[in-house]
Design a protein around this ligand. Structure first.
Ligand SMILES: [Fe+2]
Length: 398
């Protein structure tokens, strides 16, 4: 009888301990819930983004050399990057976005994430909880002197992560330095779950921990009450969705083509301002094509989700055809890559219209483009592995 009583007391005691533990520590563990994924690669910088199950302060440890494989006993060569603004290190947040600066161009780095829970965040009284560390991953900085590299392109995923995964699974990643998502990753945007479940988690699993994702905004991502938060997940140091960058012999220009209907259309409820935004980009584009990096690049490759086309029945494409096409013609670009149509088409230069070839990529297909000093060779492959088309761009000034 006495033994049964002791067992009962022990069970009650353990139960009380467990309840206290859950009250103090919380029931959920500290986990990396999404990411990491790499954004905005540069010659001297790159952005790493990840999310945690609890509010944390975070940092990235990074460095070069094989000794980084033996994290955490790597020695003294490892550097630490945090994100701070206005003198405050980003803290007490589930979203961690860290821009690593001061890197060498064309250099391979290894990196690892750390997040430490902040249990209590009061003035002069901060209580930390447990910490979590990721595995060791690697990235490579861009290099305008790199003679050859490859890039990939997919578009119009529309939240179908399974279809995206099929494409990414069979893709040949050898030599790929960056992957472009050419817009409409989602149908619309109402909460962050759509981003993760719709395309991002799959992308992290397949490549984005080590190969940067270049996000081209499509018209569908501008829809829904969370559309104004997209930059929180795909931050760019310019604060814009349109910008340019250089890698190897290519000057890449990323444009944001806006919505497909007139701003005054009833479906937008008076809440969009895309004509002015497209004009703003036209002004920026005129400046960019005068830049040294544009002029000295062997190839100029432009991305726009919607294809500019003055003869289109779509309002947005028409507008772009009027304001962007003359500038792209004047710039004598080598290739315009688009999506939006869901069907593949290849438009050769047309006298009096586009002086450059346009590739409109469809759904369930992927481009692998190999860039060298001699040419850009591309192959467009369907999900089932069938080759749909090939293209070759020769440098104009050779
Ligand atoms: Fe679209």
């Amino acid at each position: 009888m006495k033994q049964k009583k002791q067992i009962f007391i022990s069970i009650v005691f353990i139960g009380i301990l467990l309840i206290c533990h859950n009250l103090v520590i919380g029931q959920d563990s500290l986990d990396i819930t999404h990411g990491p994924y790499l954004l905005e690669p540069g010659e001297n910088s790159i952005t790493v983004v990840w999310f945690t199950s609890k509010k944390c302060v975070s940092w990235v440890e990074y460095g070069t050399g094989e000794n980084l494989q033996s994290f955490p006993t790597y020695g003294s060569v490892v550097q630490t990057a945090v994100s701070s603004r206005h003198g405050l290190i980003d803290a007490y947040t589930n979203a961690h976005k860290i821009r690593i600066d001061g890197l060498e161009s064309g250099q391979k780095y290894r990196y690892r994430l750390f997040s430490k829970e902040i249990v209590q965040f009061k003035p002069y009284e901060v209580t930390f909880g447990g910490s979590i560390a990721s595995g060791v991953y690697q990235f490579e900085t861009l290099d305008t002197k790199k003679a050859a590299f490859s890039f990939g392109v997919v578009t119009d995923i529309h939240g179908s992560s399974a279809r995206l995964d099929t494409l990414l699974q069979t893709f040949s990643w050898n030599g790929i330095d960056m992957m472009f998502y050419a817009g409409d990753c989602l149908d619309w945007f109402e909460d962050e779950k759509q981003i993760f479940e719709g395309f991002l988690d799959v992308s992290v699993d397949r490549f984005a921990k080590e190969i940067p994702l270049i996000y081209v905004r499509g018209n569908h991502e501008t829809r829904g009450n969370f559309a104004r938060n997209l930059m929180d997940y795909f931050p760019h140091s310019s604060g814009r969705f349109y910008y340019s960058f250089d890698h190897g012999p290519v000057h890449f220009i990323i444009l944001d083509s806006g919505e497909d209907k007139p701003d005054s259309h009833a479906v937008y409820a008076g809440l969009v301002d895309f004509d002015r935004y497209r004009d703003e980009q036209a002004a920026w584009l005129k400046e960019d094509i005068q830049s040294e990096s544009f002029k000295k690049a062997l190839y100029k490759v432009v991305f726009s989700h919607m294809p500019p086309d003055e003869d289109s029945r779509g309002y947005g494409e028409q507008y772009l055809g009027k304001v962007w096409t003359p500038i792209l013609n004047e710039a004598d670009i080598d290739l315009l890559l688009c999506g939006h149509k869901h069907r593949f088409s290849r438009i050769e230069p047309i006298e009096g219209k586009n002086k450059y070839p346009i590739l409109i990529l469809g759904r369930d297909m992927i481009i692998k483009a190999d860039v060298s000093q001699e040419r850009i060779s591309g192959v467009i492959t369907r999900s089932n592995g069938d080759v749909l088309d090939r293209f070759s761009i020769l440098p104009k000034n050779k």
